[in-house]
Ligand binder design. Structure first.
Ligand code: FES
Length: 211
């Protein structure tokens, strides 16, 4: 049987570039794939004047295709401006890898989405978002889809962990269906705040757990 991966995919899978975490990164994101439940984290540092990506790292909890795509997109994005890096597509990543099997397209989409979300996170944290829509409960819920429930590896919305979202005068309260003493409660709370707080018109985020 012919192995479905190109030599380049295998090489990047065996020796992925830019793996790891940047402590206090300027922008970061975790993306989960609805197709397979896998995750990827992307961290970027940005040169403030030129807006070029000076450093980039990724951590993958996905398959070989995802690791190889994470590796290649970090190489493609390094040194590019944020606007250039935003335009990198999964097709470009897949082409640079010598092609990926069709069934694995979602794995490269996941890595590219991770890069775009890390850039968006940087832009939001630095007041660079041009179109600023008023935050709605729906927008908050969409962000919560990016917070993983470590118990299942799926997001908080899909696993019906969100009991309530209250939005009033720039403050957001999220109620999570989990006892406050649960081992994952603290990290979930931190992640929720991290995802919601960068929204331009939100001044306060609180997270409550059910008893
Ligand atoms: Fe999940 Fe590839 S199968 S990232």
């Amino acid at each position: 049987m012919k192995f479905p991966y190109s030599e380049t995919v295998l090489e990047h899978f065996r020796r992925p570039r830019n793996v790891g975490k940047i402590e206090d990164a300027d922008g970061k994101a975790i993306e989960g794939s609805p197709a397979c439940g896998d995750m990827v984290s992307v961290y970027i540092n940005v040169e403030p004047e030129t807006k070029k990506i000076s450093d980039i790292k990724f951590e993958s909890y996905g398959c070989a295709s995802n690791i190889a795509t994470g590796s290649i997109i970090t190489e493609l994005a390094k040194g590019k401006t944020l606007d250039e890096a935003k335009k990198i597509t999964w097709k470009q990543a897949s082409d640079a890898l010598g092609g990926l099997p069709k069934i694995k397209a979602h794995c490269s989409v996941l890595a590219v989405e991770g890069l775009r979300s890390a850039i968006q996170n940087y832009e939001e944290r630095h007041g660079l978002v041009k179109e600023q829509k008023k935050t709605t409960v729906d927008i908050v819920r969409r962000r919560l889809k990016k917070v993983m429930n470590p118990i299942t590896g799926l997001d908080l919305v899909r696993t019906k962990m969100i009991k309530d979202i209250e939005l009033k005068n720039g403050t957001v309260k999220v109620v999570v269906d989990l006892p406050p003493e649960h081992q994952f409660a603290r990290s979930m709370k931190e992640e929720i705040i991290e995802k919601i707080e960068p929204l331009w018109d939100i001044t306060e985020v609180s997270v409550e757990f059910t008893e």
